[in-house]
Design a protein around this ligand. Structure first.
Ligand SMILES: [Zn+2]
Length: 383
């Protein structure tokens, strides 16, 4: 029989725990297996929110997570009254949002089982938001289950994480990602192998790459940048190219969504309605939505830049492998160029370049200006 847990690639070690919790939850009380607060951690792309949503489905499904019934489907698509999936579009989750959420989930579950809140970016909670959440998690005897997702345990406030059961996801192997792309997404074996390999186990990125021609050609351009850093002027040009591509990619994927959202909102208010109260209400709501969309765009551009930096890091990683005489290459399509670069540079400088990329990624999170970060990085990579 199929199950919602089938989609969790390479996470067998946590699937057993989750299934045990689901079985125990049927007794209706808290137990050692079933607790009301969980933290899912794992590197980007390991599927931590996928795991949390699967768990939410299994908790409310009459068949413990069949993946095909109404409960399962509506939980996954956001239409289930007892399941809230909180996706942050902005850079942080504010206390107002948590307060609003808490009033919403204060009601008993409508179907009599559990009420589940999946918070995809618990690392983006502001301190006051985290404290408001803590109070709710501490409250005993409620029917609400909290599933928090974060890159690492350190990204969650200590007071919160001490009250949660922790599940650590693994980066799935390249083989298992390849297999999923072939079997589930019907992607050709050659393409699946390429996408899984260069995405390094990041399944979402692998699928995006495998199904999107323009994303693949953008990646090609990005991967050539390390080879074009002959002068300072070229380094600045490379930074601009990276920003342009990342921005372009982020905008293409968000523009159509933005328009649809505004249309939907206007419909909700009755497009063309003339009542004065309605008109001002609609205008205010549209303004708020536009603000949220802008904040989301900022985040998407940052994520996209970060993805490009990760791609570039695989270039230097390959160079280092060649310099260390290890036979392990991610970008085998670039073998000749990588070997040439490795022969013309020293391995200690490669290490410095990889460190420079790690630092640039950290600075990107800290909200510095992306172009400035990329310019300074490219100058360091040019040396
Ligand atoms: Zn089901």
């Amino acid at each position: 029989m199929s199950s919602v847990f089938d989609d969790l690639v390479g996470q067998e070690h946590i699937i057993d725990i989750l299934k045990g919790a689901v079985a125990a939850s049927r007794t209706g009380s808290h137990s050692q297996e079933m607790t009301h607060a969980w933290v899912f951690t794992g590197p980007p792309g390991s599927g931590r929110s996928l795991a949390a949503v699967a768990f939410a489905q299994a908790l409310i499904c009459p068949n413990q997570g069949c993946g095909t019934c109404n409960e399962c489907e509506s939980a996954a698509t956001g239409g289930h009254p007892d399941v809230d999936v909180i996706r942050t579009e902005g850079l942080s989750i504010k206390v107002e949002e948590i307060r609003e959420l808490l009033t919403r989930v204060a009601w008993a579950p409508s179907m009599g089982g559990w009420r589940v809140v999946v918070m995809e970016d618990a690392d983006r909670l502001t301190e006051s938001a985290a404290n408001a959440l803590l109070k709710a998690i501490e409250e005993p005897g409620t029917r609400t289950v909290w599933l928090l997702c974060a890159p690492t345990l350190h990204d969650v406030l200590p007071t919160i994480r001490s009250r949660c059961r922790h599940l650590q996801l693994r980066t799935p192997s390249i083989e298992s990602v390849t297999e999923v792309l072939i079997k589930r997404d019907k992607i050709s074996p050659t393409m699946a192998d390429f996408a899984a390999r260069v995405s390094q186990g990041h399944i979402g990125r692998a699928r995006y790459l495998a199904t999107n021609e323009s994303v693949r050609s953008n990646r090609k351009v990005i991967m050539q940048l390390p080879l074009q850093l002959g002068s300072l002027a070229a380094a600045f040009q490379a930074a601009q190219t990276l920003i342009d591509i990342a921005t372009d990619e982020a905008i293409t994927s968000s523009e159509s969504r933005d328009e649809k959202e505004i249309e939907k909102l206007q419909e909700a208010y009755g497009k063309g309605a003339t009542g004065r109260g309605v008109a001002t209400g609609a205008a205010k709501a549209v303004k708020e939505l536009e603000k949220a969309q802008k904040s989301r765009a900022t985040r998407m551009i940052r994520d996209s830049i970060d993805g490009a930096l990760l791609d570039i890091a695989t270039f230097y990683r390959d160079v280092m492998m060649v310099q260390s005489e290890l036979d392990s290459m991610i970008n085998i399509e670039m073998r000749e160029q990588i070997e040439g670069y490795a022969a013309s540079t020293a391995s200690h400088s490669t290490a410095h370049k990889i460190i420079a990329i790690i630092e640039a990624r950290k600075n990107l999170v800290n909200n510095s200006a992306p172009l400035v970060i990329c310019e300074s990085l490219m100058c360091r990579l040019a040396k």
